[in-house]
Ligand binder design. Structure first.
Ligand SMILES: *Cc1c(COP(=O)(O)O)cnc(C)c1O
Length: 400
């Protein structure tokens, strides 16, 4: 296996994937960002500051939790949760938002912009912007604003301006376009906190580095708990940040099997899902080369998922790379499976998982059953489901 630390290469590529595909006007900004990040990464003062706020503001380390009743119910491998849902603002997103906010401060920026889908990244960005005194603008598709009205209110409470985007499908992809447009215009004063391991270099690498703490902690915790590494890891994949954050430290441990779970929506039919590795092809979208859901003419296809956070037509380039290498395997969970497991986990564990994280849980349960007793499956619980309860209540109500 290639040494994971050596990727991406100097041109931001993970093998055939990744790179920098942006308007000429953003090249300088991306180069500056890459250089500033490289300087910060190797600066002990920055690392100390980051560690301090991760603990004091975000609540790290997060627990590794043995899901005892769920394990008993399934009757197979032990199921552990990495509790990223316990972090401040409710999901793993704050690891990255904090790291980038500290970087923006070092770079002398005054203004922060971000895109958001489910609203979790917007909330995390609004929180760090309030904490460090940045002006903050969050772009969000108007369909997502409706699905996640509570998160819109949380962002506004923390002083962010939420700008609705009415173009196209009115979801995450359009919000990213608007954020990039803003950045091109205001690049001198503004840092763009991109919310996942996606986009032009250095974002996929930088966001991965901010989330590596998930896998570092998990590895130490499972070794302390079980005296060995887990047999399998499972994480949901939107852009891919919580998944690569968990997986990265385990890449050299080739006997640990890894699963990324995409959104199967209403099933793998055109426009009904967001499983890029099921129905996607290689292409370029919003800064990088990767697997994309597109039609024969290269037009981006519509997507659907019950969870706004996984509802995106492209997947992070590093995942495409490790899939090609056979190191990370991919599957999907459907809306129906997710809604059932959302209730099961809540009832058996007293933990309401985010709909995104529930995708991972669906497959984690399947694998635990197939592996049987004596094995260990570790599922990344990327976020909590408080933001989703209204939506689920409406869906289940309609079914009754
Ligand atoms: C945003 C989000 C995701 C999807 O994003 P990744 O970058 O793929 O991790 C998953 N889970 C939760 C709770 C989220 O908020």
């Amino acid at each position: 296996m290639i040494a994971p630390e050596t990727l991406p290469d100097a041109r931001g590529r993970f093998g055939d994937f990744g790179g920098v595909y942006v308007p000429e006007t953003l090249m300088t900004a991306l180069e500056e960002l890459g250089a500033a990040y490289e300087k910060a990464r190797t600066d002990p003062a920055y690392q100390t500051e980051l560690r301090h706020h991760l603990k004091e503001f975000c609540g790290r380390p997060t627990e590794l939790y043995f899901a005892e009743r769920l394990t008993e119910h399934v009757g197979g491998a032990k199921i552990y949760f990495k509790r990223e849902d316990m972090l401040h603002t409710g999901a793993h997103k704050i690891n990255n938002a904090l790291g980038q906010a500290l970087l923006a401060r070092r770079m002398g920026k005054r203004r922060i912009i971000a895109e958001t889908g489910a609203g979790q990244h917007g909330v995390a960005t609004a929180a760090v912007s309030a904490k460090f005194g940045f002006e903050c603008v969050v772009y969000m598709g108007s369909v997502d604003m409706e699905r996640q009205a509570l998160n819109v209110f949380r962002m506004r409470l923390m002083g962010a301006e939420v700008r609705g985007v009415d173009a196209g499908q009115k979801t995450l992809k359009e919000a990213v376009n608007e954020a990039m447009r803003d950045w091109v215009t205001n690049v001198r004063s503004t840092h763009y906190i991109l919310g996942t391991a996606y986009g032009a270099h250095p974002y996929p690498m930088m966001v991965r580095e901010f989330h590596r703490i998930i896998g570092r902690e998990a590895k130490e915790q499972i070794l302390a708990r079980e005296g060995r590494l887990p047999d399998e890891l499972v994480a949901c994949v939107g852009g891919g940040s919580n998944a690569i954050g968990l997986f990265f430290e385990f890449l050299p441990d080739t006997h640990v099997r890894m699963w990324g779970v995409e959104a199967g929506g209403r099933g793998i039919r055109r426009g009904e899902h967001a499983a890029r590795f099921e129905g996607g092809r290689l292409g370029v979208l919003q800064g990088c080369k990767t697997f994309i859901l597109q039609d024969g003419d290269g037009q981006i296809e519509g997507t659907h998922s019950v969870s706004a956070g996984l509802d995106y037509a492209a997947v992070g380039p590093e995942h495409a790379f490790y899939r090609e290498k056979g190191r990370i395997e991919f599957t999907y969970a459907t809306d129906d499976e997710v809604l059932e497991t959302f209730q099961l986990c809540s009832r058996l564990e007293g933990i309401i998982p985010a709909l995104e994280s529930t995708h991972a849980l669906v497959h984690g349960i399947k694998r635990a059953r197939e592996l049987g007793k004596g094995k260990v499956v570790l599922v990344n619980l990327s976020g909590r489901g408080d933001k989703d309860v209204q939506q689920v209540a409406a869906i289940l109500g309609n079914k009754a």
